[in-house]
Design a protein. Structure first.
Length: 273
């Protein structure tokens, strides 16, 4: 379950790459035995299970010397996105693709994995689903060390420049919409990073977290336009703003995509045994 279209994934890729916290990415690579901080683990022994893999953005983000020797298990409910990931990387990486329903935790192919990864996924999931996944990771740690690297979890903050009188109301309504059921129960939305951190700590993992905000400007005008339209559509589903107010906000925001800026907050989480 990536939950996103190919066009949106392509549009946000560069912003995602810049936003990822570099220290946590380096720690994740070290845990896998790749990159400049690689330790004693042989990458030949390392399996990564990427949940909601989409076109392989996490694979690209973790790419480093030795990463082609890893086994990448890409898991998504969208077969077309998995086909695109294989088209892009199937010749250069050892990839196993799984078209799975992420809501069925027991059927996820986690066996033997050293690291489970996800990008922009956990804010779509319910607390119950996160609890179930973390419980499975805890059990697996008893026989095989496994970590979790979850990047780009939306944290509920969005700041625009120039400002508009309805910014706060739109954001409040958008965050309410982010918590609606996305297919696995009420979504964690803006609480995903903090809830994931708490749950993993309670399960005995050592958890590192860091902010990873999108920093968008005129060069990302197309992405900001999609973000504005997406927020307008979500807010338009009965969250308090009337149609005229929402249209005023949308028109103002679209008029400034080539001159304004936007910061959207995210949190990266890395949990190791």
């Amino acid at each position: 379950m990536s939950g996103f279209s190919l066009s949106w994934l392509n549009l946000r890729e560069a912003a995602d790459m810049r936003a990822r916290d570099k220290s946590l990415r380096d720690k994740a690579q070290q845990w896998l035995g790749i990159g400049s901080l690689a330790g004693s683990i042989s990458p030949h022994d390392a399996i990564i299970v990427d949940l909601g893999a989409g076109t392989g953005s996490t694979l690209r983000a973790l790419s480093a010397p030795g990463s082609q020797q890893l086994v990448w298990r890409l898991v998504d409910n969208d077969g077309d996105l998995l086909d695109e990931a294989l088209r892009r990387h199937g010749r250069d990486y050892r990839i196993e693709d799984y078209q799975n329903d992420l809501a069925v935790i027991a059927e996820l192919p986690l066996g033997g994995a050293r690291l489970v990864t996800a990008s922009a996924l956990f804010d779509l999931l319910s607390a119950v689903l996160v609890d179930t996944l973390v419980a499975r990771l805890k059990v697996q740690c008893k026989t095989w060390p496994i970590g979790l690297y979850a990047a780009l979890n939306y944290d509920g903050t969005t700041n625009w420049n120039p400002q508009h009188p309805y910014d706060a109301a739109v954001l409040d309504a958008f965050n309410t919409d982010q918590r609606r059921d996305k297919g696995t129960g009420p979504a964690l939305g803006p609480d995903s990073g903090s809830y994931l951190t708490m749950t993993l700590q309670q399960a005995g993992f050592t958890v590192h977290s860091a902010h990873s905000p999108w920093q968008l400007g005129p060069a990302e005008a197309d992405m900001m336009e999609e973000l504005i339209n997406g927020m307008s559509s979500a807010v338009g589903e009965g969250h308090g703003l009337d149609a005229e107010q929402l249209q005023q906000w949308r028109d103002f925001r679209l008029a400034h995509v080539t001159t304004g800026t936007c910061t959207v907050g995210h949190v990266d989480v890395l949990a190791l045994p």
